[in-house]
Design a protein around this ligand. Sequence first.
Ligand SMILES: [Fe+2]
Length: 465
Amino acid sequence: MLRSIVIVGFLVLNVAVLCNGGSTSSFVRKEEKTEDMPLDSDVFAVPPGHNAPQQVHIIQGDLEGKAVIVSWVTMDEKGSNQVRYWSEKDKSKPKVSNGKVVTYKYHTYKSGYIHHCTIKKLEHNTKYYYEVGTGKSARQFWFMTPPEVGPDVPYTFGVMGDLGQTYDSNATLTHYENSPSKGEAVLYVGDLSYADNHPNHDNVRWDTWGRFSERVVAYQPWIWTTGNHELDFAPEIGENIPFKPFTHRYHVPYKASNSTQPFWYSIKRASAYVIVLSSYSAYGTYTPQYQWLLEELPKVNRSETPWLIVLVHSPWYNSNQYHYMEAETMRVMFEPWLVENKVDVVFAGHVHAYERSERISNIAYNILNKNCTPVRDQSAPVYINIGDGGNVEGLAINMTEPQPDYSAHREASFGHAIFDIKNKTHARYSWHRNQDGYAVEADSMWFYNRFWHPLDDSTTKKASQ
Ligand SMILES: [Fe+2]
């Protein structure tokens, strides 16, 4: 009886409130104190054994998914920099690849030995086991390589951002791990550890985040985007090199896409072409990022990779008061290119709430013509803000009112999303809030590919224009 009352109450709470634009969920999350998990939490446990590798994580190591970068940290001494790996099909012939070791200092913090090893010439669609460390401290993991790049290859991406290391972060990660949708790689939209919220950017919190996230990131690649919490720019304590902890700890395959910096780059994975942009690097005309994107977009072949996805930290469309219009200058610079190239979706983070836009563009304005309102545009991407991983800064609950026409759905809750590519025309998108059961979709949409099937895929009634 009690259970049915709870369910009915939940359904009533979930009825969307209709505003000028799309819907604002009336789901009200319980107010809770947000704090990082204590250093002695089990999710931060150091693996047993002398110099045992910790903070193990992987990422795609080339443009097409035949290489993997394996990274880990040893604390006691440098130790072995080798990765031993073998395919499930051929266990009798392990191979060995040698990596490199870096260290860095940040204020009074001195890092462990950070190992990065790229293993190459892997077969597509194959399960590989890999081992790092030696003797009794050796640790074994596995990953699946993606299928060969091609137009109708199904593939399932998880989408997360602004995760941090609170109890809510742990709930988000667990929710993603247990999702029946089974994400095969994560599109991560920036802001990882939030170490910079601790005194002097206590980099011990970069280590705890590495151990916390290992249970997923050691087994599947997360495609990193940099956020403001990766800057660690603190001249007041003598730290004036932006991105120093991030660039030492997390490597990305930026050279494979002719990028000159690890903050903007692209990869192909299955039927998707993923372009990662940097909100916190220069993007004005003539800058390296601008020049790179200008040359990168014409390289996308939609007959090979039908799905064109862009990741960026600070959202270009955001109807939350938090970080409102922060990315406006970047939108002005790059939005015309994304519309021209029929990008399917832009995932962003930064705002600690969830929001999905209509397909809209705001590229007609030229100072003289006064056309400065976003309009429905079937060549434009859908913008999804998913900075709701659950970090120490808490939820962004103050939305602008009324909800603008361009906003299809918004809710101040923590969660993750799944972008499930079925074929070259259809992808099933779903957003899952932490409080619900693993299979519950709090928001969803069938994406029609902008190049191959550019029909209106809006989930809400068209606003009058
Ligand atoms: Fe951010």
